[in-house]
Every structure is written in structure tokens, then in C-alpha cells.
Design a protein around this ligand. Structure first.
Ligand SMILES: C[S@@+](CC[C@H](N)C(=O)[O-])C[C@H]1O[C@@H](n2cnc3c(N)ncnc32)[C@H](O)[C@@H]1O
Length: 207
């Protein structure tokens, strides 16, 4: 069977990203929301061990709405991080001290999903969102040019060009700041992750 464990469906995050941008935002009961194949969840966990010392594996949860994805994720990550697609299991693990959303924000039903995430986080809990900042792209052909690594091209094929274009150009850093504010979070910091501003990082706190 092909080993998908080492693939991220989206952004090629290098190890220094976790060290430089995330370690201070991950608490002692962490949720990776929209974890997909669990690649980034696991890379984050490895960085936590390297830079913060051993932490309890039970204190990291990967959740994805897609049960089929979670079944595969569990196969590739046996006896490892707790991965689930069950809302009930998720609620049992709550409240979380921190949550990450890697390339999941643009998939969300923003109002209801952020309200749900808010219920899962402790007051003052930290939320980190990494996603696309592509609302300035106006047509499919420019979109295809900028959406260009192997995993992204695969994603376009899976979703279809038109739907992929609509989905990936509807949110950006500004909408994230506003949406999370409406959901009861305040911005701590934000930045673009590369010179062409294709990806953003936003870190906030539940009020
Ligand atoms: C582009 S993938 C990102 C996966 C992973 N975080 C990564 O960056 O490698 C988006 C994931 O969000 C999940 N997703 C979409 N809507 C969701 C929702 N409302 N709640 C939880 N997960 C969701 C999808 O099933 C998919 O696995």
C-alpha cells in the first residue's frame, strides 16, 4: 500500500515552522482540527518532543469531519496520536487548551464551525490558523498558476477546477481576523508565511 503518511495535502511546512511559529501556541491538551491524513499533526507532535521534552501523547487529538480519511489516518499512524471523526469523542477530550487549523479554515461553514470550535476551547485558549491568502486572484487560469505544488495540483483534480478556485479564493487573512473576532476570539499576532503572501498564519485567543 502506498504510504501517504509522509505527504501533506497542502503546504510544505518545514520543521523550523513548528519550532519558530507554533511551540508557544500549543498547550497541554491540543486539538488539530481538520487533521486530514495526520501528517502535520504528527510533525507538530515530533517538534513538541524535540523542543519541549516528552509530552503525553493522549494530550494531542486529531479531528476530521471525514470518517473515511480518519480510518486511513489511523492505519498510517497505528498506536499513535488519537485521531477521530466523532464529535462525541471530541467533546469528551474537551476543553482543549489550544487548537490548530492547517488549511481547514477555507473548508469551514465559518459561523457554525467557529462557534463549535469556540465551545471546545478553554477561556484564554489559543487558536492558530494557517491557510491561503488568495482572494486577490480573479480568474481560474491565474489561480492554477499560483496553486502549483504536486499536492495542490492533486487537490484541484479531486475537487474540480471551478470548485477549487471558488473554495480557495474566498478567505484570506482579513476575513480570518474578522470571522474569528465575530466568533469571540481576539488576534494575538498574524503574518504572511512567504514573500508572495500566498499563505498566512493567524494566532488568536478565546476571550
Ligand atoms: C486541505 S485539508 C488539510 C488537512 C491537514 N490539516 C493538512 O494541512 O495537511 C482540509 C481538511 O479539512 C477537513 N474538513 C473540512 N470541513 C471540515 C469541518 N467542518 N470540520 C472538520 N474538518 C473539516 C477535510 O475533510 C480535510 O481533511
Amino acid at each position: 500500500m502506498e504510504n501517504k503518511e509522509h505527504q501533506s495535502p497542502t503546504f510544505e511546512i518545514d520543521k523550523s515552522f513548528f519550532k519558530n511559529e507554533l511551540l508557544t501556541s500549543v498547550g497541554n491538551n491540543h486539538l488539530d482540527y481538520g487533521c486530514g491524513n495526520g501528517y502535520l499533526t504528527k510533525e507538530m507532535y515530533k517538534s513538541l518532543i524535540t523542543y519541549k521534552g516528552m509530552i503525553d501523547i493522549d494530550k494531542i487529538t486529531g479531528y476530521d469531519i471525514d470518517n473515511q480519511t480518519i480510518i486511513q489516518t489511523k492505519e498510517y499512524n497505528p498506536n499513535n496520536i488519537f485521531f477521530t471523526s466523532s464529535k462525541e469523542e471530541l467533546e469528551k477530550k474537551a476543553p482543549f487548551s489550544s487548537v490548530t487549523l492547517f488549511f481547514t479554515y477555507h473548508h469551514l461553514n465559518i459561523e457554525s464551525d467557529l462557534a463549535e470550535i469556540s465551545k471546545l476551547i478553554k477561556p484564554s485558549g489559543i487558536i492558530t490558523i494557517v491557510d491561503y491568502n488568495l482572494t486577490n486572484i480573479e480568474d481560474i487560469s491565474s489561480f492554477k498558476k499560483s496553486f502549483n505544488n504536486a499536492a495542490e495540483i492533486e487537490e484541484i483534480k479531486k475537487i474540480g477546477e471551478e470548485d477549487a478556485f471558488k473554495m480557495h479564493t474566498k478567505t484570506d487573512l482579513n476575513t480570518c481576523i474578522q470571522d474569528t473576532k465575530n466568533a469571540g476570539f481576539e488576534t494575538i499576532r498574524s503574518k504572511f508565511l512567504n514573500p508572495d503572501k500566498k499563505y498566512f498564519l493567524w494566532v488568536g485567543q478565546k476571550i
